[in-house]
Design a protein around this ligand. Structure first.
Ligand SMILES: [Zn+2]
Length: 106
């Protein structure tokens, strides 16, 4: 398997997941290192275990940063899944992801 971005040595992700935008409640912090044989797919699970069709895909943001050879990229996104099975079609999940990716190039 070839790395999707051969110029990248590794990517260090700092991830915070929270159900509320103050990031004071139920925050899950985690760190991931991807590389060198990482895939081109940068997705993280939503913090809501009952979430349907949710999750956080920051592939575009990270790929864009790599194209511009940026050393870091960070941002925040809202889960666009549904809150639970019963609320599919009515209530969005709205859990949050805050991320920083530090990219080491070859
Ligand atoms: Zn969700």
């Amino acid at each position: 398997m070839h790395a999707a971005f051969p110029e990248v040595r590794e990517i260090f992700f700092d991830i915070a997941l929270a159900a509320d935008e103050s990031f004071s409640d139920g925050v899950v912090n985690s760190q991931y290192v991807r590389g060198p044989q990482f895939s081109a797919d940068f997705s993280f699970d939503c913090c809501n275990k009952e979430c349907v069709e949710g999750g956080h895909d920051i592939t575009d943001e990270v790929a864009d940063a790599i194209r511009h050879k940026r050393p870091t990229v960070s941002g925040e996104r809202v889960c666009e899944g549904w809150q639970n099975e019963e609320r599919v079609g009515s209530t969005r999940c709205h859990c949050l992801l805050r991320y920083t990716a530090r990219i080491a190039y070859n």
